[in-house]
Design a protein around this ligand. Structure first.
Ligand code: ADP
Ligand code: MG
Length: 498
């Protein structure tokens, strides 16, 4: 099912990390390959030493070239060169060798382009051809997945964009169509009046982060002049800011942020109560908007409901386009499941999809996780997915969702069904007309909630756990003996579960 028509652009090439222009890539194969390798080495190095160390010592490292079995990397000062030689030479060697077996030595020198003015250390080391280089001829490389993220347009402080979060993989329905349209619009024409800032809000797992990444991916893949996109969580923003204060590099921090074309900050609610960071964000925000740059922000609430955020910031956040992602509907959940199953090329019976869409209602992430687990399980054991296997495989998840049924609800439904007073669920009356429904309610409480026997007893007028135990076994017996009774209990159970 294609709910995103009008997206005829061939994205398969970019999805695989292939450069749009294969010809060019083939002609300059070696240079592209080396750049790709360097980009991966740099990325791995960053991962291995950690953000803080990397930022302190290695941020300005740049690629010099390869001569035979020797790689040259540059650092802007002697001090940095000596430090890197002393501390990271072995690591660099090892990383290069996993990328390219030919390399025997890494020469660390002063010079190159990585001088103090290189604020965006990645910007001169484009690696759009990361996977393409392998397709085109393949230097030996590590078994790890290649890093296909569009690092080219990524300031070093920003988080990488997740290539799964494309516009194409976002399923559009009533609850999210407005937010989707706004995101699309910003990706097509950033900084248009009326859409700056774009403020996306909604509950957990409804697609805010997905849409932000989609905007970033779309923009960083443009054929026209590269656009610097920085995506980060508000939390990261704060840590970066604090680290900058500690290392007395706030000027640099500011400059870096202000040099991007699009700044996206996710989960802004995190800044509530963090006054200094809010202040900094406010100034960054203003500087960027004044310079005609695009801001995209997400939060769990609308600007006006984000109490605890400074008034002036809230006002400015609400000045552009505010778009909310509503809770999913059953239809949207079905569409999402269908799309994900199709993407995974998995055969999932419609009944199972309906079951999942019915059961897991709050969060698309969980819905997706459940489906993935089913698919993985089916592949692993070579068995088809059925309703039975679904209930088995997702036992724990389904149980967690069933937990939402409360004992109070059970009591209410059961009392209604037998036409007795709710108060009689807790009363001491022992007449069968009252006692039997009460037993059914205890039985259902045991079946449908994760409450313990004593807990259940307490909710039924402080009864003992043995009373609950007795109720459970009595009802179980009756269900077997009396078909009519069994059906009533089953009906109640289904009503409570839905
Ligand atoms: P949020 O940031 O709002 O908490 P995310 O964007 O992280 O939520 O979404 C959670 C997961 O659900 C992601 O894997 C995302 O791809 C998926 N998802 C959410 N909404 C959709 C949708 N409409 N279509 C496809 N996938 C979706
Ligand atoms: Mg998110």
């Amino acid at each position: 099912m294609d709910l995103n028509p009008g997206k005829a652009k061939d994205t398969t090439a970019t999805l695989d990390g292939l450069p749009p222009d294969m010809d060019r890539a083939l002609r300059s194969e070696t240079a592209e390959q080396l750049k790709g390798q360097w980009s991966r080495v740099r990325h791995r190095l960053q991962q291995e030493v950690g953000e803080v160390e990397f930022r302190t010592w290695l941020r300005q490292i740049s690629f010099g070239g390869v001569d035979g079995d020797e790689v040259t990397v540059h650092l802007p000062t002697r001090f940095l060169r000596d430090w890197v030689r002393g501390h990271y030479a072995d690591k660099l060697n090892a990383l290069w060798q996993t990328e390219n077996k030919r390399i025997r030595r890494v020469d660390i020198r002063v010079g190159g382009v990585g001088t103090a003015s290189t604020l965006l250390a990645d910007s001169d080391e484009a690696a759009p051809a990361v996977t393409g280089t392998e397709v085109a001829g393949a230097a030996p490389r590590s078994a790890d997945r290649p890093d296909t993220r569009p690092e080219a347009a990524r300031p070093e402080m920003a988080a990488p964009l997740d290539t799964r979060f494309e516009f194409d993989s976002f399923v559009v329905g009533k609850p999210n169509e407005f937010a989707y349209a706004c995101a699309r619009r910003v990706a097509e024409r950033p900084s248009s009046p009326g859409f700056n800032p774009l403020f996306l809000y909604g509950g957990v797992g409804l697609g805010k982060t997905h849409l932000m990444h989609a905007i970033g991916l779309e923009l960083s893949r443009r054929d026209t002049a590269p656009i610097q996109v920085a995506y980060m969580s508000a939390e990261k923003f704060m840590y970066r800011f604090i680290a900058a204060i500690r290392s007395q590099s706030t000027m640099e921090f500011k400059e870096q942020l202000r040099s991007v074309d699009v700044l996206m900050v996710d989960d802004l609610q995190f800044l509530i109560g963090k006054d200094n960071t809010q202040e900094e964000f406010f100034h960054t925000f203003n500087a960027l908007v004044d310079a005609g740059k695009q801001i995209v922000v997400s939060a769990d609430k609308s600007p006006s409901d984000l109490s605890g955020l400074e008034d002036r910031l809230r006002t400015r956040l609400g000045c552009g386009m505010v778009a909310d992602l509503h809770a999913t509907t059953f239809e949207l959940r079905i569409s999402i499941l269908e799309a994900k199953a199709a993407r995974a090329e998995a055969e999932v019976p419609p009944k199972v999809l309906e079951f999942l869409a019915h059961k897991i209602t709050s969060n698309v992430r969980e819905l997706e996780g459940s489906l993935n687990r089913l698919i993985a399980h089916a592949n692993l054991f070579g068995r088809p997915i059925t309703l039975e296997s679904t209930q088995e495989v997702l036992h724990d998840i389904l149980k967690a969702h069933d937990r939402r049924v409360t004992i109070e609800e059970i009591q209410k439904r059961v009392a209604e069904h037998w036409n007795i007073r709710l108060a009689d669920m807790s009363s001491a009356r022992r007449a069968r007309a009252v006692a039997r429904p009460r037993q059914v309610a205890m039985y259902l409480a045991k079946q449908l909630t994760s409450r313990s026997l004593p807990e259940i007893g307490r909710k039924f007028g402080n009864r003992d756990h043995t009373t609950v135990m007795h109720a459970v076994s009595r009802v179980t017996e009756l269900i077997e003996q009396d078909a009519d009774f069994g059906e009533r209990v089953e009906l109640l159970r289904r009503m409570l579960e839905s």
